[in-house]
Each structure stands twice: as C-alpha cells, then as structure tokens.
Design a protein around this ligand. Structure first.
Ligand code: C5P
Length: 222
C-alpha cells in the first residue's frame, strides 16, 4: 500500500489532534502536530522576554530552537532543545500568545520548511491551519474539521474539568473566537479550507464517527 500524506486543518479546538492521532495509529503513520511547533517557539519567546511583534528576534530565536515531536508509549511528547514542554505549551499563557507569533511571515517560512521536510517521504498525518492550502498542497487526503464555537468551548471546558484545571466556559468561548479571528485574518497562509478539502462538521459527531469518515476517504486513496 502507498504511504500517502494526510492534511487535517480547522479552527482551534475542533478535535484535529485527537482525530489525527487516531488515524496515524491505525495506519502506522507519523503524526505531526504543527501547532505544537508554533507553541514551542512561543514558549521560548515568553521565557526570554522577546516582544511578540519583533519578527527578527523571533526568527533568530527559532534558528536556535530545535523542536522535536516524539511519539512515546505515554503519548505524544514535545521537546524544545531537549526540554520536555509537552504540558506547559498547552497552558493559558502560551495559548493566548501563540497566534501573535504565528502570524509573522518569516517565522512561518521556517516552520513550513521544517514541516515539509518531515513529510517528504509520505506516511504522515499533519494537523494545523494551512497544511492543505500551503504546507502540503499535494497531500492525497485533505480534511477540514469544523464545529461551532459553542461546541468547541464546551469540549475544551469538559477536558479541563476532567483534568482538574480551573475553567470558565465564557472565557474559553472568547479565547477560541479571538484565536480563530487572528488565524483567519492574517496575511500569510490564513486559516481557510483548501478548495479540494473535504469539510466535516463535527458539532454533532462522535470522535469515532469522524475517524470512520476520514478512514473511508483514506481507503479510497491508498
Ligand atoms: O493547533 P493549535 O491550537 O495547537 O495551534 C496553535 C496556534 O498555532 C494556532 O492558533 C495558530 O495561531 C498557530 N498555527 C498556525 N499554523 C499551523 C498550526 C498552528 O498558524 N499550521
């Protein structure tokens, strides 16, 4: 069977990573979380007190930033220059700053080069905002996942509560909507469905149903 590339895009908290991981597992493909790469850089920028609008400083920081996405028995790990940042990059501080870092063209150019290199041999499930439109325009399968802001905030809220984190539904709604707005309105590679992507509205679907739909599409192409 052919080892294809699968692009999964969509707005914040639409369930992309959950679904992408499951698809990768079924196919024994590599899962690449491109959002984690932007989050990792944002973490370092905050740590070093770099202004988030200083593109030159961010790009030189990125050049010294080795980001490793590792699949371990405990799940997906994110390492930055060897430091395990898996949990910290999901925190509020990084989440609320990441879209400001990700809008800089030179930052994106370098990230996209790294992402393409990871996918060059095929057998990759990559999730993000611009994978189908820009990073892997020739991906054999392109999926665009969406769900209402209400539903996405509710899912994130339930996740937070289950983990014992403080959480406020209204605040989550505002943060998700704000991040989507910045991601959709930026000049370079904004969040947008690729013309040839299959759109799946997950608002009233279970994770298993979404995975099954995507697997049907994948099975037609491999
Ligand atoms: O997917 P996740 O929510 O972790 O992504 C975090 C942020 O990284 C997004 O809100 C967006 O600003 C940025 N991002 C991006 N392009 C991608 C993946 C993520 O701009 N391909």
């Amino acid at each position: 069977r052919k080892r294809i590339n699968i692009a999964i895009d969509g707005p914040a908290a639409a369930g992309k990573s959950t679904v992408a991981k499951m698809i990768a597992k079924r196919l024994s493909y590599i899962y690449i979380d491109t959002g984690a790469m932007y989050r990792a850089l944002t973490y370092r920028a905050l740590q070093q007190g770099i202004a988030l609008d200083d593109e030159q400083a961010l790009i030189s920081l990125l050049k010294d930033t080795y980001i490793e996405l590792r699949t371990s028995p405990k799940g997906q790990l994110v390492l930055v220059n060897g430091e395990d940042v898996t949990n910290i990059i999901r925190g509020e501080e990084v989440t609320n700053a990441v879209s400001l870092v990700a809008k800089h063209p030179l930052v994106r150019e370098e990230m996209v080069a790294r992402q393409r290199s990871l996918a060059k041999n095929g057998g990759v499930v990559m999730d993000g905002r611009d994978i189908g439109t820009h990073v892997l325009p020739n991906a054999e399968v392109k999926i665009f996942l969406k769900a209402s802001v209400e539903e996405r905030a509710k899912r994130r809220h339930a996740e937070n509560i289950a983990r014992g984190f403080p959480s406020d539904l209204e605040t989550l709604k505002e943060e998700i909507a704000r991040r989507d707005r910045i991601d959709s309105e930026r000049e370079v590679a904004p969040l947008k469905k690729a013309e040839d992507a299959v759109e799946i509205d997950t608002t009233s679907l279970s994770v298993e149903e979404v995975v099954e739909r995507i697997m049907e599409i994948v099975n037609e192409r491999i």
